[in-house]
Design a binder for this molecule. Structure first.
Ligand SMILES: Cc1cc2nc3c(=O)[nH]c(=O)nc-3n(C[C@H](O)[C@H](O)[C@H](O)COP(=O)(O)OP(=O)(O)OC[C@H]3O[C@@H](n4cnc5c(N)ncnc54)[C@H](O)[C@@H]3O)c2cc1C
Length: 413
């Protein structure tokens, strides 16, 4: 006999985990939770408090913080090693790191305690799956194999047996097997860049600041970590990245200092280097009858704006909101009518963000024409416009655009 559930989520990463917890908890005004099963074959154990900080970290926005709170995971995450950042300094290589042309965003200017948090992805994933389990979701250590979609339900074969669900959600990342099985197609484009990720010690303190320098060959970011070190994401053209990955740790440290124009002084690797080939992916459709895609399964963006997981968390919140409303109205959770609302909502929000990110990459990081030179030198102009600054800060906080209800809820609301 196949196991039955309302929603089967394939992939318990940060996005699948958020969706599972939100659906299993229901909403605060009307607790009508759904029965949820999550397939996650690679659930990693929590890191010991003294263990080195994991290489995979991400900047989580205020909007994501609110969703993680509604999912019942935030208090446990915040009690561990997270790093709030209070400022961003962004500049182009044509000016020095101390020039008035450096664009500076300060949380205090927006009357906010911080602009967001740098958190290990593994910590977020773990606590979301714990919260989902506490709320009654079942997390299975199993892999998705195949599916067949019927009128009344979707039949899914997994490495641990069959499951019948009203809806299957592909939260299984950029290589989504669910997306392939359903036949949802994608537009894929290589940026010709590789992101080098590592943790580094710096001579000068990071001052709870995210530092970002646009180079003619890519983008270099230093994200502040809770132990005083920084996580670097160096998105470099492939021909620049290769020798950097092959260089000795000492030679890499010197190149990093050069590429950052010594903004934080000497730099020294305190971890391995990991490399991620950068691609843009956009699914043509996010939904089909009894199927929806969320997070990287639906869209992958360039990491320069630190938005990938934040977009995915908002997908999860939007889909959860619509599914819980459908349940209250006794509608079929897998009906295209319900799922298309989700697609319209999130596809347009994601496209706006993906286009903005690509413009930054083309104009600020790689551009050489007169328009690019104007934009590169003109970053500092934004400092002089309160209105423009507020707009950028709202984007960084993730509080712009059409947000799901849980992403609008303030902590003490
Ligand atoms: C260098 C770099 C830096 C980044 N920095 C940031 C940042 O600062 N801020 C930000 O917002 N985003 C950032 N991102 C993007 C972010 O990492 C991703 O958007 C995010 O991890 C996507 O989450 P997800 O849950 O959709 O997918 P994933 O994290 O890929 O999770 C998918 C899950 O599905 C599971 N799975 C896969 N296949 C199957 C299967 N067949 N059956 C069952 N389960 C399966 C996997 O085990 C995995 O747990 C960065 C990305 C890169 C490359």
């Amino acid at each position: 006999m196949a196991e039955q559930c309302d929603v089967l989520i394939v992939g318990g990463g940060p996005v699948g985990g958020a969706l599972a917890a939100l659906l299993a908890r229901g909403t605060s005004t009307d607790r009508a939770p759904l029965s949820v099963v999550v397939l996650e074959p690679r659930r990693l154990p929590a890191l010991a408090p003294g263990a080195p900080i994991d290489l995979r970290v991400a900047a989580f926005s205020r909007a994501s913080e609110r969703v993680l709170r509604a999912a019942g995971a935030w208090d446990a995450i915040a009690a561990q090693r997270i790093s709030p950042y209070e400022r961003m300094r962004v500049w182009h290589e044509s000016v020095t790191p101390t020039s008035p042309q450096v664009l500076v965003f300060d949380a205090a200017e927006a009357h906010e305690p911080n602009l967001g948090y740098i958190i290990e992805l593994r910590l977020v994933q773990n606590e979301l799956l714990n919260a989902a389990e506490r709320a009654g979701a079942r997390i299975m250590s199993a892999e998705f194999a195949t599916l067949s979609i019927g009128e009344e339900h979707v039949h899914v074969e997994t490495s641990a047996g069959a499951i019948h669900a009203k809806l299957v959600v592909g939260a299984d990342g950029a290589q989504s097997a669910v997306r392939a099985a359903v036949g949802l197609t994608v537009e894929l484009m290589s940026y010709g860049q590789t992101a080098i990720v590592a943790n580094v010690a710096t001579e000068r303190p990071h001052e709870k600041t995210a530092w970002q320098r646009f180079l003619r060959t890519g983008t270099l970011a230093f994200l502040p970590l809770s132990d005083g070190t920084s996580s670097i994401v160096w998105s470099a053209d492939d021909d620049v990245a290769k020798p950097l990955l092959d260089a000795s740790p000492e030679a890499f440290g010197l190149e990093l200092r050069k590429a950052s124009d010594s903004a934080l002084g000497d730099t020294r690797l305190v971890s391995e280097r990991a490399a991620f080939p950068l691609r843009r992916l956009a699914a043509h459709r996010y939904v089909a009858h009894r199927c929806a895609l969320v997070g990287d399964a639906a869209h992958v963006v360039h990491p320069l704006a630190g938005q990938g997981v934040n977009l995915g968390v908002l997908d999860a919140a939007a889909l959860a909101e619509l599914l819980l409303a459908a349940r209250r109205e006794r509608e079929d959770l897998g009906a295209l009518r319900v799922l298309r609302q989700y697609e319209r909502w999130r596809k347009s929000e994601t496209q706006v963000m993906a286009t903005a990110i690509d413009t930054f990459d083309r104009v600020l990081a790689h551009g050489t024409g007169p328009l690019s030179r104007l934009a590169q030198r003109g970053l500092g102009w934004v400092n002089r416009s309160e209105e423009l600054k507020r707009l950028f800060i709202r984007r960084a906080l993730g509080t712009a655009g059409e947000l799901p209800a849980v992403a609008r809820m303030r902590a003490n609301a």
